[in-house]
Design a protein around this ligand. Structure first.
Ligand SMILES: Cc1ncc(COP(=O)(O)O)c(C=O)c1O
Length: 374
C-alpha cells in the first residue's frame, strides 16, 4: 500500500464556502463592502457573546489595529511572550512602542505570571497574552495583574478560536481579542483576521483606523492617520461558511488530540502542554521531546520526512532574532522559552487525518526520537 504524504495542516471546505463565494462574485461585491462582511462580523460577535467584531485582512494587522486603537505609541512598553509567532511582538514595534519580551511557564508554555509582574514598569501600558497552540494562558491571573496595574489586555487568540478559560471564550476576557484566519487556522478565510471587544470606544476607533481614518460622517475627510486593514466580501463569505461549522471542526480536531494524547501517554520522553483545567483547542498538536537540543530536534524533523510526514519546529524564542537583540532583556531571562523551543515539534493536525495516519505519525515520531537518542 502506498501511503500519502502527510502534511502538517490542510484547510477543509465542507460547508457553504463555494456557494457563498460564488454568490459574492456574482453580486459584484468583491472588495471590502458587502453583506458577507457584516454577516461574518455579526455571527462572530454573537458566537463570542460580545458587542463588536471588526474583520481585518489578516491576524497580524488585527493585533496592530488593536494596539493602535488603544493608543499604544512611542515610549510605551507592552509585555509579550518570548515564545510566540513573531507577529505578536512585531505588532508592538509597528506602533513604535517597545515589546518587553517575557519568559513563558514550563507547564502551559504561555506567559509566566510572576515574570509579567517582574517586567512591569511605569511605562508598561498593555499585556498581550498568547494562547499558544490553542492552549489558554492563565487569563484570570493575568486579568487580576492588569487590573491592579491599570494595564490593557489584548489577547492574541490567533491559534485558539473556540478555547475557553474559566468558562469564558478566549478573546472575551481581556479588552480586545485578536484572531487569525490564515490557511492553517481553526477556521480560514485564506488570509484574514478579527478583533472583538465589548468596549464601544475601542470598537469605533478600530473601525475608523481600519478604513484609512476616514471620518464616519464626511467621506474622504481624515481626522487621523489610518490604514487599509479591511477584509474583502469574498474572504468573509468563506469565513461565514467556516464559522457555521465551527463546532464540528473543533470536535474533529479534539478527536485527533485525544488519539495523539493516548499514543504518547506514559512515555517519559514526551511532554505536552498542561491546560491547567482550561478548555484547550487542538490547533496543531505540539509536544516536547524531553532533553533534546536544537540539532537533535531538527534531526527528528528530517527523519519524519523519510516517513513522508511533514512536521514543524516550535517557534524560536523571539529574543534570538537579530532585530530584537537591542531589547532590554538578556538571553538568560528566558530559560523556559529556550527549552520549549529546543524540544518542541508540531505534528500533522487537520480535518480528514485518518486514525491509522495518526497512529503512524505517533509511531514514526517515537522511532525517530529513539534513533536520535541512541
Ligand atoms: C500567535 C499568532 N499571532 C499572530 C499571528 C498572525 O496572524 P496572520 O498570519 O493571520 O497575520 C499568528 C499567525 O500565524 C499567530 O500564530
Amino acid at each position: 500500500m502506498t501511503r500519502r504524504k502527510i502534511s502538517i495542516a490542510q484547510p477543509s471546505f465542507l460547508g457553504n464556502e463555494k456557494k457563498y463565494v460564488l454568490d459574492a462574485l456574482e453580486s459584484g461585491w468583491i472588495s471590502s463592502i458587502g453583506p458577507y462582511i457584516e454577516n461574518f462580523e455579526r455571527e462572530f460577535a454573537r458566537h463570542h457573546g460580545v458587542k463588536h467584531a471588526i474583520a481585518t485582512h489578516n491576524g497580524t494587522i488585527a493585533l496592530h489595529l488593536a494596539l493602535a486603537a488603544s493608543g499604544i505609541t512611542e515610549g510605551d512598553e507592552v509585555i509579550v511572550p518570548d515564545l510566540t509567532f513573531i507577529a505578536t511582538a512585531n505588532s508592538v514595534k509597528y506602533c513604535h512602542a517597545t515589546p518587553v519580551l517575557t519568559d513563558v511557564a514550563l507547564d502551559d508554555w504561555n506567559l509566566d505570571t510572576a515574570e509579567i509582574v517582574r517586567k512591569i514598569t511605569p511605562k508598561t501600558k498593555a499585556i498581550i497574552p498568547v494562547h499558544l497552540y490553542g492552549n489558554p494562558a492563565k487569563m484570570m491571573e493575568i486579568r487580576n495583574i492588569s487590573q491592579a496595574h491599570h494595564l490593557l489586555v489584548i489577547e492574541d487568540c490567533a491559534e485558539a478560536l473556540g478555547a475557553t478559560c474559566s468558562g469564558k471564550n478566549v478573546g472575551t476576557i481581556g479588552d480586545i481579542g485578536c484572531f487569525s484566519f490564515f490557511g492553517n487556522k481553526i477556521i480560514t478565510t485564506g488570509e484574514g483576521g478579527m478583533c472583538i471587544t465589548n468596549n464601544d470606544e475601542l470598537a469605533d476607533k478600530m473601525r475608523i483606523l481600519r478604513d484609512h481614518g476616514m471620518n464616519r460622517n464626511k467621506k474622504y475627510w481624515y481626522d487621523v492617520l489610518g490604514f487599509n486593514y479591511r477584509m474583502t466580501n469574498m474572504q468573509a463569505a468563506v469565513g461565514l461558511a467556516q464559522l457555521e461549522q465551527l463546532d464540528d471542526l473543533l470536535k474533529a480536531r479534539d478527536e485527533i488530540y485525544q488519539r495523539y494524547q493516548s499514543a504518547f501517554s506514559g512515555n517519559p520522553h514526551i511532554i505536552i502542554q498542561n491546560n491547567h483545567g482550561a478548555h484547550n483547542v487542538n490547533w496543531i498538536f505540539t509536544l516536547r521531546m524531553k532533553g533534546l537540543t536544537f540539532a537533535q530536534r531538527d534531526e527528528v524533523i528530517e527523519s519524519l520526512k523519510q516517513y513522508q510526514i511533514d512536521s514543524r519546529p516550535v517557534f524560536y524564542p523571539i529574543h534570538q532574532m537579530k532585530f530584537y537583540q537591542d531589547s532590554k532583556s538578556l538571553p538568560t531571562e528566558f530559560p523556559n522559552s529556550i527549552t520549549i523551543s529546543m524540544e518542541g515539534i508540531s505534528i500533522p493536525t487537520f480535518i480528514g487525518l485518518q486514525e491509522c495516519e495518526i497512529d503512524y505519525v505517533a509511531e514514526s515520531l517515537l522511532k525517530s526520537l529513539k534513533a536520535c537518542r541512541s
